[in-house]
Design a protein. Structure first.
Length: 231
């Protein structure tokens, strides 16, 4: 199956039922390192005509085996009418299905449970992670199925789709294009990522992106930044 066919299928499927939450976040790679431990911090700033939202995530994770990684998050948020405070808790599991380079493409799965801090509202996510290298470029795709329920949420199943196409120029500087889809949302924009390796498994990863919503009129810009220290 060609990469063009895969893209057409995923893009078409992602438009059937789309998520209504914050869509721009992180494009996940399907890899897990043996004995990996990490600290992660993410920042998201979204500006629209009606509101400005600032979100942050702090996480600690470690591998349970050579192919499974578990990570716990504290999620905070600030809006124009609410001060910054704890919004939710998350537990995330990533499962590397194939060794890097073992098959035509690399595959993984993601499972996530989120509980809102001040209400009995829940969200469960199941995702398929895909990555394929073409010379010095890489294509990464994420397709998520999301189920929401609770006191303030209508029971429903939703979808999200994310794409990153990057050029591996230098380990520390890798420019990319990212695409995100969500309910009444189609965002695209430039991104950069890099990695600085130290002794042993110690390494620092960084990502930044600026995504503009293009399917509707009006201002809708999202800036995202992430730092990840692995040891």
């Amino acid at each position: 199956m060609s990469i063009r066919v895969i893209l057409i299928i995923l893009l078409s499927f992602s438009k059937v039922v789309l998520a209504d939450g914050v869509v721009v976040d992180k494009v996940y790679h399907p890899y897990v390192l043996p004995n990996e431990k990490e600290f992660e911090w993410r920042l998201m700033s979204r500006q629209t005509d009606n509101n400005t939202i600032l979100g942050q995530r702090i996480a600690y994770g470690q591998s349970l085996s050579e192919t499974v990684m578990i990570e716990g998050y504290l999620v905070g948020e600030k809006t124009e009418v609410e001060d910054f405070g704890l919004q939710a808790y998350e537990v995330e599991i990533r499962w590397m299905l194939t060794e890097q380079g073992e098959l035509w493409a690399d595959w993984g799965m993601l499972f996530e449970v989120e509980k809102m801090h001040k209400s009995n509202d829940w969200e469960v996510t199941t995702g398929v992670l895909f990555e394929k290298e073409f010379g010095r470029t890489s294509l990464t795709l994420n397709l998520f199925g999301i189920y929401e329920w609770g006191k303030n949420l209508q029971d429903e199943i939703e979808m999200e789709f994310r794409l990153k196409y990057r050029y591996r120029w230098l380990p520390q500087i890798q420019p990319a294009i990212e695409i995100y889809t969500g309910e009444n949302y189609f965002g695209i924009g430039p991104a950069f990522m890099g990695i600085q390796r130290f002794d042993g498994q110690k390494q620092l990863k960084w990502e930044a992106g600026f995504i503009t919503e293009v399917s509707n009129s009006g201002k809708d810009h999202t800036f995202r930044l992430a730092l990840e220290y692995e040891f």
